[in-house]
Design a protein around this ligand. Sequence first.
Ligand SMILES: CC(C)(COP(=O)(O)OP(=O)(O)OC[C@H]1O[C@@H](n2cnc3c(N)ncnc32)[C@H](O)[C@@H]1OP(=O)(O)O)[C@@H](O)C(=O)NCCC(=O)NCCS
Length: 174
Amino acid sequence: MITDKSGKEYTVIPLSEFDDFGEVARFVSSVRATSPHLLRANPVTANEEKKFIDDYRKSAEKGESVIIIALDGNRIVAWASLDSKGGRMRHVTTLGVMLEDSYRGKGLGQAIIREILKHRTPLMGKIKLSVASDNKVAIHVYTKTGFKEVARFKDWVRNDDGTYCDDVVMELEE
Ligand SMILES: CC(C)(COP(=O)(O)OP(=O)(O)OC[C@H]1O[C@@H](n2cnc3c(N)ncnc32)[C@H](O)[C@@H]1OP(=O)(O)O)[C@@H](O)C(=O)NCCC(=O)NCCS
């Protein structure tokens, strides 16, 4: 269970325990449609999400990935992931987080990041993420939850309006 700033409670479960692939597709498609800072904007189908979750279950069993979702009733409203690519960089794990549009700005993003960091597996050493320099809210939230900028790639992100911003890499300070 996590709470937002108003004290509202949300049930948190591992994505591997959630079988409503249509709801997963609705959530991911809706977040992508309302998040200009995410790299992907295309909608996804229930079948694509079923395949994604089947693959994810295998990497979760190996301790290489963890995905949790926060539910408001039966509706997914927030998602956080930790994903290691394996091999010689398997101790480097990437954090991802996304919220449904109408649930942003209530403290839920900070709450789900703090929650997923409790679910790190023994394989997961360094935690890092990549964020567009224009995404001021996300950078503020990541800084508040313990991340620090460690690298910056100039103009690596092209915005929909044709302008460019930097790809910022942040790492969790232990
Ligand atoms: C980024 C995201 C995960 C943050 O979660 P959230 O629940 O909206 O954020 P929170 O409500 O926990 O915190 C927002 C913070 O940003 C601050 N903020 C708001 N506008 C801001 C701005 N323009 N510049 C800097 N900080 C700002 C708020 O004051 C708040 O900080 P505070 O708690 O210190 O007052 C969420 O908005 C989201 O899913 N966005 C779309 C997808 C996305 O961009 N994901 C990240 C990709 S790297």
